[in-house]
Design a protein around this ligand. Structure first.
Ligand SMILES: [Zn+2]
Length: 130
């Protein structure tokens, strides 16, 4: 899927989702519906439906946002330097549609040492079929 233009995205997304995905906003910590969800399934890009994170990669963090230690496929994620707010961070973008997802940090508690800190509003969770 090509990069969605802003008009299409505005029709499809809620204003809150649009703010995150296209204006690189951040949802307030502990506000997201997936922060404390640990069901089995797959987290997809809310804009283009690309699978981004397995529930297996999700871990509990006290950050207030859903946290993962690795993506489903590195090809689905794009990394960009972000120097906003007077600090250096690495922004994560959906590599298929260009939607802003969150940031990745090197302080994860698992073997990958990564903490993909993602906005719930940028994700759509699909439970595993039982
Ligand atoms: Zn996407």
């Amino acid at each position: 899927m090509a990069k969605m233009n802003a008009e299409e995205a505005k029709k499809k997304l809620t204003p809150e989702q649009y703010n995150i995905c296209f204006l690189k906003g951040t949802e307030p910590p502990f506000s997201g519906k997936y922060t404390d969800v640990f069901d089995s399934g797959m987290y997809h890009c809310v804009v283009c439906n690309t699978p981004l994170f397995y529930s297996d990669a999700k871990f509990h963090s006290d950050s207030g946002w859903p946290s993962f230690d690795r993506p489903v496929d590195e090809k689905n994620i794009k990394y960009e330097d972000d120097n906003d707010m007077g600090m250096h961070r690495v922004e994560i973008i959906c590599n298929i549609c260009g939607s802003h997802l969150g940031h990745v940090f090197d302080d994860g508690p698992t073997a990958t040492r990564k903490r993909y800190c993602i906005n719930s509003l940028a994700l759509e969770f699909k439970p595993k079929e039982k």
